[in-house]
Design a protein around this ligand. Structure first.
Ligand SMILES: Cc1cc2nc3c(=O)[nH]c(=O)nc-3n(C[C@H](O)[C@H](O)[C@H](O)COP(=O)(O)OP(=O)(O)OC[C@H]3O[C@@H](n4cnc5c(N)ncnc54)[C@H](O)[C@@H]3O)c2cc1C
Length: 358
């Protein structure tokens, strides 16, 4: 029998950050993940954007989450001697004079704090960028190389034996003794489900209101396009080096496609064409499923009736910015040091759990 303190199911950005925090605190952690190249975390463009969406509103808790995430990813950079976090200005390109006016009108109250560095009311003249109405310059955001980060952690985990490259079978979990015993082989004080969108099929958590949606991204070569910033207009265009950019993302509700689609590719290519006149070549296209939640807030905390089991996820389209702070919050909770914030707590949905379900 293998003994551990925490058994983490899933090694996307949610499970990986949680496992890292718990290990750093000296706990014995065991992680299960078969490794899926098309997991949301492996597909994500890794953008951390403090102000986003059609309403150009400050992201939820951005003032706390973003600096926290930056420091967290920097720590991992030091540990693995590899660059993961690229703090980059983001230009929110205005699509029209109306949009420019409405954003400028709201800027008087500075609802975005110091995340907005300034405005361009005319074309800022970036090479290859079509921005006749100017845009808003955002600061303190950027992008994280999530796939590379997870690969570094995975390499360590497989080498040191804390990560098993296999799927966890929930039917083999025995909670009857107050602790968790898995497949008669592993005993854990606590199990945390970090399965991403796959949690809709989890026998313990299928009642949670996860509303997964599928997204696609393109990797393109676009020689000459200004790479000193992320561009955002209808799509985001993230510079990833050497004239390469990641363009995202589409949103699709069920039924999902099996993988990348021609429609997704055309949609993203069309959006990129609005941003630049320069020719580009699509090098890669990927699709993944975002673990979104009905009220667009994460889901964190213990199962209502199984004390040795918790949930960590529901990060929707913001996993990169959310994961570090929420990993620490859940770790604090599991150590009895803090309460789960009510607006992210699983408890807010406990009433949805049907009678008779575990
Ligand atoms: C196209 C696209 C673009 C995106 N762009 C961004 C972006 O720019 N910025 C941003 O912040 N977010 C972005 N996101 C969202 C982001 O990817 C998610 O918020 C985040 O990755 C969710 O992380 P997760 O760990 O909860 O889930 P996942 O990444 O899906 O990871 C879940 C893991 O659990 C494993 N697993 C599942 N079931 C089991 C089991 N039974 N046993 C063992 N392992 C299991 C899977 O193999 C997987 O590795 C994007 C998503 C998509 C699809």
């Amino acid at each position: 029998m293998t003994d551990c303190d925490f058994l983490v199911v899933g090694h996307g950005i949610a499970g990986a950050t949680l496992a890292y925090v718990l290990r750093q605190r000296g706990h014995r952690v065991l992680v299960y993940d078969p490794g899926q190249p098309n997991s949301a975390s492996n597909v994500a463009a890794g953008l951390m954007n403090p102000v986003a969406g059609k309403r150009f509103a400050l992201s939820w808790r951005a003032a706390e989450l973003l600096p926290f995430a930056g420091t967290f990813y920097r720590e991992l950079e030091q540990r693995y001697e590899q660059a993961f976090f690229f703090e980059t200005p983001i230009l929110k390109v205005f699509a029209s004079l109306e949009e420019q006016n409405s954003v400028l009108a709201r800027s008087v109250d500075r609802p975005w704090g110091d995340f907005v560095a300034g405005f361009a009311t005319a074309d800022p003249g970036l090479v290859g960028v079509h921005a006749p109405f100017g845009g808003a310059w955002l600061q303190h955001g950027g992008h994280v190389a999530v796939r590379e980060l997870l690969a570094a952690l995975t390499a360590e985990g497989t080498r040191d034996g804390w990560l098993r490259r296999e799927a966890f079978d929930w039917n083999q979990l025995d909670n009857s003794s107050g602790e968790a015993v898995y497949a008669g082989q592993v005993r854990a004080r606590h199990v945390v489900c970090c399965e991403g969108a796959a949690a809709v099929r989890n026998p313990y958590f299928s009642w949670l209101p996860l509303t997964p949606n599928q997204g696609e991204v393109l990797d393109v070569d676009c020689a000459g396009l200004s790479a000193a910033q992320v561009l955002n207009r209808g799509a985001y265009v993230v510079p990833v080096g050497d004239g390469k950019f990641r363009v995202g993302a589409t949103y699709r509700w069920p039924p999902f496609a099996d993988g990348p689609t021609a429609v997704g590719r055309e949609e993203l290519a069309a959006r990129l064409t609005v941003i630049t006149d320069l020719p580009f070549a699509v090098r890669e296209q990927r699709a993944g499923v975002r673990p979104a939640v009905r009220d667009r807030r994460p889901l964190l905390g213990p199962h209502p009736t199984v004390p040795a089991l918790s949930f960590c996820g529901g990060y929707g389209s913001k996993g990169v910015m959310l994961a570090p702070r929420l990993a620490v919050l859940l770790a604090d909770f599991l150590e009895g040091q803090d309460e789960i914030w009510p607006d992210v707590s699983v408890e807010r949905y406990n009433a949805l759990r049907p009678v008779g379900v575990i």
